[in-house]
Design a protein around this ligand. Sequence first.
Ligand code: ADP
Length: 158
Amino acid sequence: MRRAIYPGSFDPVTNGHLDVIERARKLFDEVIVAVAINDQKQPVFTPNERVTMLQDAIKARGVHVAPMSGLLVDFAAAANACAVIRGLRAISDFEFEFQMALMNRKLDSRVETIFLMPKEEYTYLSSRIVKEIARLGGDVSAFVPRPVVEALANKFRG
Ligand code: ADP
């Protein structure tokens, strides 16, 4: 049984995240999408909202969504996962991701980080840019699942 963790803020989930989840699902028996609840980024959506939006968007078997607090390596060990999945969009992601991967290896050498590249059309997509467009009243329906379009509209309306 090969299990991987895909950690992130998912504030909110985008089609880019879903693309990475699909790819990870083909490589592992089980993928746990871990929603970081104690991150420093001042998310727009609550942990519950982020988990629910992911659960609504993911139909594949073998993919589970869970909130995560504390260290990623501790979460991975508790879940008995052998790998951490991260998405790489562009060179700009590389430096931070490289640092994180090596630090996680230092903290627990049993966990391997695996980078997956999304479909080209998603390489420019981020939760941050989607929120920015939605905040300004733009159409984000090509970038996120339908329930997320509605959730963004509700957040930024009024
Ligand atoms: P974080 O706050 O940890 O960067 P995000 O929710 O922004 O988390 O993203 C989680 C993971 O998914 C990260 O590895 C990020 O690089 C990756 N990711 C985000 N958007 C995309 C995308 N459009 N294509 C591929 N990977 C992505």
